[in-house]
Design a protein around this ligand. Structure first.
Ligand SMILES: Nc1nc2c(ncn2[C@@H]2O[C@H](COP(=O)(O)OP(=O)(O)O)[C@@H](O)[C@H]2O)c(=O)[nH]1
Ligand SMILES: [Mg+2]
Length: 489
């Protein structure tokens, strides 16, 4: 994910790092490189220009040039501005107190609506909700079957009807949810290859008649600026509440991820990270910015780890990692945990230093198993102090694990590098930032999709009269419009 963008930015920022004496001129030069990297990542020109301007202004305003470590400060500023560019976002889905909460998913054909409907249902079900999927794509005959298959896999009911009016299917689906006590309805609507009038009319009719609490656009990140442009069109017609950006797992450039919020005013709320039904994550700009700058996403990793292991364990591992007190035994434990967590590629990318260590393997599973075999052939003393491992020990370990002595050597070298990288990160102020977020996260404040408490819910207007809701929608539309105007400037 984002390989070419990360590479470009790290080259650009790396050059700045090599500078011993900082001046306004060479910072400007460095920013030119950053600009080039963003443009070749297909970030839209207007977004790149305002981004660079903000970074320069902030850096100069903060007197980065006079600071002790100007190059690191600039990385910090770029990180903060990336976060600002993509955020703020609250991926929580407010639930209605009575009656089903309706979520409408729309988007172009092939963007991932049907898959994402299933993923979202799974995520919500895992949080104790009771979703119902509604097959409202009546354009393609196979679409209903596709959703039914997904529903059967997940054990989540799917409502469908052999008629041609999608509005009716949606309305009946909502009635069905009321009857069968499902508290969330997910509408999987039809798409077209391009934005066209017929599609927009159909979607507007569903929006008007079903009055969904949230309307999400599903957009394919691989289509870059096309995704951004079509999002603008969908938002003009439907007042989107959020964007679900799919196929980020295959996106090496990141142009849509970086541009879409700035251009449309609509935040990304979830990201699709793979074809499997568990590959949907609430969007966190901080994690994304860290990943883009090649620093890994410690918090995201910890969140995922918490789903498989207990909190105490995760806290300990996190602290050890931050302090750099982390030996091969810990690493071994981590590897085994990681194996329980699912998609290895994704996890490797989130772990600082890990992707450098494993390289761009086609078969990360196989490489994991080799590393595991090597470490399990070491004695506890060797794991704690890899420097003990000299020639004859190396041969013994290689024989025990069915590998070659030079591979043992390589593993130890790379482990040392990874350890110093993590330790280095711990000294940066960005780490403090992550730690603060960790604190928030433990207290539950970042648990994206947990239903809001009653007080907050009524504040958000989830359970108010139709008249009030209309007024609120009008005001919201106005706000979004002026947002858009501002963003277009
Ligand atoms: N790699 C990857 N593939 C995805 C993701 N989301 C959807 N897809 C694939 O994109 C294709 C189209 O998805 P589908 O849900 O049928 O799109 P729809 O036409 O919008 O309903 C399918 O092959 C999905 O498996 C994702 O996040 N990552
Ligand atoms: Mg579909």
């Amino acid at each position: 994910m984002f390989e070419s963008l990360t590479q470009g930015l790290s080259n650009a920022l790396g050059k700045l790092r090599g500078t011993t004496k900082f001046t306004e001129a060479n910072m400007h030069e460095g920013m030119r490189e950053v600009r080039r990297a963003l443009l070749s990542a297909d970030v839209s020109l207007e977004v790149v220009n305002s981004f660079i301007q903000r970074v320069e202004q902030t850096a100069l305003g903060r007197d980065v040039l006079k600071s002790v470590r100007p190059s690191e400060q600039i990385v910090q500023v770029v990180y903060e501005e990336l976060v600002n560019l993509m955020g703020p976002v609250n991926p929580a889905i407010p639930l209605k107190r009575s009656g089903p909460t309706v979520l409408m998913l729309c988007g172009l054909q092939g963007s991932g609506k049907t898959t994402t409907s299933g993923k979202l249902a799974k995520l919500l079900a895992s949080q104790g909700q009771h979703p119902l999927l509604v097959a409202a794509d009546l354009q393609r005959p196979a679409a209903i079957e596709q959703l039914k298959t997904i529903g059967a896999q997940l054990g989540i009911p799917v409502y469908s009807e052999a008629i041609t009016d999608p509005v009716k299917v949606c309305l009946n689906g909502i009635k069905e949810a009321e009857k069968t006590k499902r508290n969330i309805v997910i509408l999987d609507t039809a798409g077209r290859l391009h934005v066209d009038d017929a599609l927009m009319k159909e979607l507007e009719a569903i929006d008007r008649r079903c009055n969904p609490q949230q309307c999400f656009l599903v957009a394919d990140s691989l289509t870059g600026q096309d995704a951004v442009n079509s999002s603008r069109a969908f938002n003009d017609a439907l007042e989107l509440d959020g964007i679900i950006l799919t196929k980020l797992d295959g996106d090496s450039r990141g142009g849509a991820a970086l541009s879409i919020k700035e251009v449309t005013g609509v935040p990304i709320k979830f990201v699709g990270m793979g074809e499997k039904l568990d590959a949907l994550e609430p969007f966190r700009p901080e994690g994304m910015a860290s990943r883009i700058l090649g620093m890994g996403d410690v918090l995201g990793l910890v969140q995922k780890a918490q789903q498989t292991i207990n909190e105490e364990d995760a806290k300990k591992a996190q602290e050890k990692m931050e302090k750099g007190k982390f030996d091969l035994s810990d690493f071994y434990t981590q590897l085994q945990r990681v194996k329980q967590m699912g998609s290895l590629r994704g996890i490797i990318e989130q772990m600082p230093g890990m992707s450098q260590m494993l390289g761009d393997q086609d078969d990360p599973e196989g490489e994991f198993n080799r590393i595991e075999a090597m470490i399990s052939s070491m004695t506890p003393a060797e794991r704690a102090k890899p420097e003990l491992i000299e020639h004859s020990r190396r041969r013994r370990i290689a024989r025990g694990s069915g590998t070659e002595p030079h591979e043992i050597n390589k593993l130890i070298k790379q482990f040392e590098q990874m350890r110093s990288l993590i330790k280095g990160m711990a000294n940066q102020s960005m780490m403090d930032r992550l730690k603060t977020m960790m604190g928030l996260q433990r207290s539950g404040a970042l648990n994206g999709m947990a239903p809001l408490n009653t007080k907050e819910r009524s504040k958000r207007g989830a359970n108010i009269s139709a008249e009030d809701r209309r007024k609120a929608r009008k005001a919201e539309k106005q706000r979004k419009k002026s947002n858009r105007k501002r963003n277009r400037k």
